[in-house]
Design a binder for this molecule. Structure first.
Ligand SMILES: Nc1nc2c(ncn2[C@@H]2O[C@H](COP(=O)(O)OP(=O)(O)O)[C@@H](O)[C@H]2O)c(=O)[nH]1
Ligand SMILES: [Mg+2]
Ligand SMILES: [Zn+2]
Length: 373
């Protein structure tokens, strides 16, 4: 039996058990073939950025994931027959999802073991009075966070996204810059690009403008940033241009204007926003389920529910600095090759912070995240 699960946190316990069982039923050479196929699938799909030191650990983990997917796919096909269609998941409920396939919306039921995210490419076939998802194809990028109730389970917020638009607002709600650092780590880990959209700039006046926008100074040099407002349409045409033809997820705290921005893009969508009841009959004030909207121009926008906080998935203390790209220039000046930039003497990063070449706020963020890992 393979020594599989030391680093295997991605699947839930139940899935791990099932996976072990299935794998032990296979002959050694079948098992080898399956792993070979999985490694080819991964080569074709994986472009995620990873810290170099962690390469081996991460590799083993995601290969098992792919093997598990292949096993499930084979079983599903053996039980019910080959796929009748393919498409992209555009809406996800608790036991069902909607798949857009050749212009139609197909309702699919999900089994307990299937982990599907908005943006996933899937195959399906008719099953009972609905459809069943057969295979979830390997993801090119993900935006993940730990499950709020069970931190050992990965929650994929969106899959196969080119650009994640992190939306923050000024004044109401006031700018919370800390969440930007956390998103920036998770987005790089998952392989997408990042754009920071600073919304509600119409609320800034002479007295608040300078102090509010100064909070963003640490980010100007390390990410793309756009000031915008859905009230006076500042920045909307630039945003449209930057996101053209791409698949984009809008993320951030509640009330910052994610749904409003998507509406500003394409008013005919008329997504409900703000204090109006939205979602599926729950009477809440905000977006309750992620939804992918495909615009006539081909751009795909994923609206996501607001978050209270944003935890980090599968980031370890040793690799964290890799996700602070501006540290990289100063790393060669560290005395120790494996410097964590904390207590070590002769640390190039700390020296750069003291000289003012690196932002104190970003370095503080690094230390704060480090203590939580
Ligand atoms: N003043 C102002 N209000 C905005 C702007 N964008 C959105 N809002 C308001 O902010 C509230 C929350 O917007 P919503 O799009 O639902 O935020 P979400 O929770 O991030 O999706 C609503 O009342 C919107 O009308 C903006 O640019 N300026
Ligand atoms: Mg919303
Ligand atoms: Zn250092």
């Amino acid at each position: 039996m393979h020594a599989l699960f030391d680093t295997f946190q991605v699947m839930q316990k139940e899935q791990q058990k099932l996976f072990n069982e299935r794998l032990s039923m296979l002959e050694e050479n079948e098992r080898r073939k399956l792993y070979k196929r999985a490694s080819m699938v991964r080569k074709l799909s994986q472009t995620r950025r990873k810290p170099q030191e962690d390469e081996n650990i991460k590799r083993a983990k995601s290969l098992d994931e792919i093997v598990f997917q292949l096993l499930l796919q084979e079983e599903n096909e053996a039980a019910s027959g080959p796929a009748t269609g393919h498409g992209v998941v555009v809406w996800l409920g608790s036991k069902t999802c909607q798949v857009r396939s050749e212009g139609n919306i197909v309702d699919c039921a999900l089994s307990r073991l299937q982990s599907v995210a908005v943006g996933d490419r899937v195959s399906f076939r008719p099953h009972g009075d609905s459809h069943a998802v057969l295979a979830v194809y390997p993801r090119t990028t993900v935006l993940s966070r730990p499950d709020v109730d069970n931190g050992n389970v990965e929650r994929v917020i969106a899959a196969n996204v080119d650009i994640v638009v992190v939306v923050v607002s000024v004044v109401a709600p006031p700018l919370h810059a800390r969440i930007i650092d956390r998103y920036m780590v998770a987005i790089q880990r998952g392989g997408a690009k990042m754009l920071l959209a600073v919304n509600k700039t119409d609320l800034l006046d002479e007295s608040t403008r300078e102090t509010e926008l100064a909070k963003l100074d640490p980010y100007r040099s390390c990410m793309s940033m756009l000031l915008c407002s859905t009230t006076d349409m500042t920045g909307i045409s630039d945003l449209r241009e930057m996101l053209k033809g791409q698949t984009c997820a809008f993320v951030g705290h509640s009330g910052v204007g994610k749904s409003s921005l998507i509406n500003a893009f394409q008013p005919s969508l008329s997504i409900l926003t703000g204090s109006v009841s939205e979602g599926y009959g729950r009477g809440t004030h905000t977006t309750t389920a992620s939804t992918l909207h495909e615009l006539p121009c081909g751009t795909r926008l994923i609206d996501t529910p607001g978050v209270r906080s944003f935890g980090l998935w599968d980031i370890d203390a040793k690799g964290l600095a890799w996700y602070f790209p501006e540290f990289e220039d100063f790393r060669p000046n560290c005395k120790f090759r494996d410097c964590n930039h904390t207590h070590e003497p002769q640390c190039g990063v700390k020296q750069a912070v003291v000289r003012g070449d690196l932002s104190q706020a970003r370095y503080d963020s690094y230390l704060r995240i480090l203590t939580l890992l």
